[in-house]
Write a protein of this length. Sequence first.
Length: 66
Amino acid sequence: MFEKAGELAGAVWTALNENGAMNAKDLKKAAKAKTEKDLYLALGWLLREDKLSVAGDEKEPTFSLK
């Protein structure tokens, strides 16, 4: 599980680095995450490492790299 989380976080980081700020739906597609659970696992990893900024509201957050 730990390796999977790291790989997913890397995919999310790469998608944000290449495309800039994105909402969850677009980010899931760009990072090729299979489920929302996988996406949010990766986002949690990046938030914990303080590499991610979140803007917008709870219904439609936008994610970007710091």
